[in-house]
Write a protein that binds this ligand. Structure first.
Ligand SMILES: Nc1ncnc2c1ncn2[C@@H]1O[C@H](COP(=O)(O)OP(=O)(O)OP(=O)(O)O)[C@@H](O)[C@H]1O
Length: 250
């Protein structure tokens, strides 16, 4: 379980997260939605310990991210918005390095490498240096890095961005398989069809606040919409579209 409690964050005096609280339940896939600039990446960076909140608290598996970042990192796999691969290393060398940094050695190490290699169909890329990798190839390697130590929680920031149909499908299938095996997953996305396909729960942010938190169909029913896109627009842009309509009518 990931517990986010009263997070506040400002950049140059401008509030980006305003008292944001929610829970990410175990063994489920939760989607984090919001307009561009709503604060999703900022929130996920605080959850993964890459950024400090001005106030508030995040607990991952009951451990405080701010006070025990290394213990939290062992429980987390992260696919971020700006992936840096080490371009001089082959995929095998890169993943070995990260697995070792997570404490894997000997037989555990080789088993884990073999598992991500087959699960993410990395055979053709395995011995190649990552320099020049395509967007989809980079995503596969980033996901393999996030999974190589078999974390209990997986956090992904717009994971299907820039992926072709097959790569996006492989990613979605992998996430569903991991969820069925008990992994807790949270991902941000702007693609409503994949949110509907994957998510057990949807969180909607607007201007640094939570404006929706429920199962996708329950959110749709409550907002009186028959599809997730309309539900999202009404919750995430509700006040904005109302004031635009008023301006047009005036
Ligand atoms: N390091 C930073 N310095 C200044 N402003 C920042 C910084 N990081 C984020 N912001 C600002 O905070 C706001 C929220 O950004 P964030 O990246 O969290 O949004 P997002 O919901 O992930 O958006 P998108 O869907 O476009 O990726 C934006 O206005 C952004 O410009």
């Amino acid at each position: 379980m990931i517990e986010v409690r009263s997070l506040r964050k400002e950049f140059a005096g401008r509030p980006v997260l305003r008292d944001l609280s929610f829970d990410i339940p175990d063994g489920r896939i939760t989607a984090l939605l919001g307009a561009n600039g709503a604060g999703k990446t900022t929130c996920l960076r605080i959850v993964t310990g890459l950024l400090r909140a001005d106030s508030g608290q995040v607990l991952v598996g009951g451990i405080d991210v701010a006070s025990e970042p290394l213990a939290v990192r062992r429980q987390l796999g992260v696919v971020g918005d700006r992936e840096g691969l080490y371009e001089r290393l082959s995929v095998k060398e890169y993943l070995t390095l990260f697995a070792q940094m997570q404490g894997l050695r000997g037989r555990d190490l080789s088993r884990s490498l073999e598992a991500v290699r087959s699960e993410l169909e990395l055979g053709d890329l395995w011995a190649r240096r990552t320099v020049g990798f395509s967007q989809g190839e980079r995503m596969k390697v980033s996901l393999a890095r996030a999974l190589v130590h078999r974390p209990q929680h997986l956090i992904l920031d717009e994971p299907t961005r820039g992926l072709d149909v097959l790569a996006a499908r492989l990613l979605r299938r992998t996430l569903l398989r991991l969820r069925d095996a008990g992994t807790t997953i949270v991902f941000s996305s702007h693609v409503m069809s994949e949110v509907l396909e994957l998510s057990d729960r949807v969180l909607i942010m607007a201007d640094g606040r939570l404006v929706g938190d429920d199962e996708p169909r329950a959110l749709m029913a409550r907002s009186g919409c028959d599809n997730l896109e309309d539900t999202f627009v009404s919750l995430a842009y509700g006040q904005q579209t109302e004031s635009l309509e008023q301006e047009v009518l005036a």
